[in-house]
Structure formats: structure tokens, C-alpha cells
Design a protein around this ligand. Structure first.
Ligand code: THU
Length: 129
């Protein structure tokens, strides 16, 4: 099952989600090699196209914080839904660019869990050589 420390962090981060339109909170947690956890949540906007997923928020933050992708050991996506919430296509494309292909992506609702790699979530992804 999901590392309890990461799950607790995800539950906290999901409470920060700004979701007045969808009422669908999501948290995304990056675990670093030294055990540091970076947390993100989804942030919505009245101009719906500006809504930003939890996954992209935390991935962009890792860049802003200067975290080398080699130091990221996992990405956990948490949504308190009955069935598992898997990342959208846009987030998969960003994961492909900002994480290693074999980095684990753990999807959880706190009870159920499924593990993927970045490559499994977006095979044959578009990349500029
Ligand atoms: N959302 C995420 O943050 N991550 C996902 O993996 C799926 C969708 C957000 C976007 C929007 O704020 C809300 O969930 C409903 O789509």
C-alpha cells in the first residue's frame, strides 16, 4: 500500500485544493531521494481553461525549486474518490518531459492503489530530439 507518510501528506495537500467549480480535490506528491516531499494540489479559475491539475503544479514547482529529475523517486496522485483517478493526458505529457521514464507513478484513493511508470502512462510519447 501507499507509504503512510506520503498518504498523510497527500490528504493534507488535497485540503488546500482550490476547487470551487468541480469540487474535485486532487493532490500530487513528489518524493525525493533524500526523503523530502513536495506537495501540489489542483487550482481552478473562473476562466475554466486556466484550471491547473495537481500533477502539473507540483512538477512545475520541482523545476522552480531546482530539483534535478534524477532526484525524484516517485510521484503519487491522490483523489478521495471511490474509484482511482488517473492523470489526464496533459499531465502525462508533462511527466514525460520532467520525470525519468521509469519513475513510479502511484495512483491512490487511500484504499486502492495502482502503480505505473511514466512510460506506461504515455507510451511512444511526443518528444523533440
Ligand atoms: N485534476 C487533477 O488535478 N488531476 C487529475 O489527475 C485529474 C483532474 C483536476 C482538474 C480539475 O481541477 C478537477 O480535477 C476536475 O477535473
Amino acid at each position: 500500500m501507499t507509504d503512510p507518510r506520503i498518504l498523510e501528506e497527500a490528504r493534507q495537500a488535497a485540503q488546500n485544493a482550490y476547487v470551487p467549480y468541480s469540487h474535485f480535490p486532487v493532490a500530487a506528491i513528489l518524493e525525493l531521494r533524500d526523503g523530502t516531499l513536495l506537495s501540489g494540489c489542483n487550482v481552478e479559475n473562473a476562466s475554466y481553461g486556466l484550471c491547473m491539475c495537481a500533477e502539473r503544479n507540483v512538477l512545475f514547482m520541482s523545476v522552480a525549486c531546482g530539483v534535478p529529475r534524477e532526484d525524484i523517486t516517485s510521484l503519487t496522485v491522490y483523489a478521495p474518490t471511490d474509484t482511482l483517478t488517473t492523470p489526464c493526458g496533459a499531465c502525462r505529457q508533462v511527466m514525460t518531459e520532467l520525470l525519468e521514464p521509469e519513475t513510479p507513478v502511484i495512483v491512490t484513493n487511500g484504499r486502492l492503489e495502482k502503480r505505473y511508470t511514466v512510460r506506461e502512462l504515455l507510451p511512444d510519447a511526443f518528444e523533440i530530439e
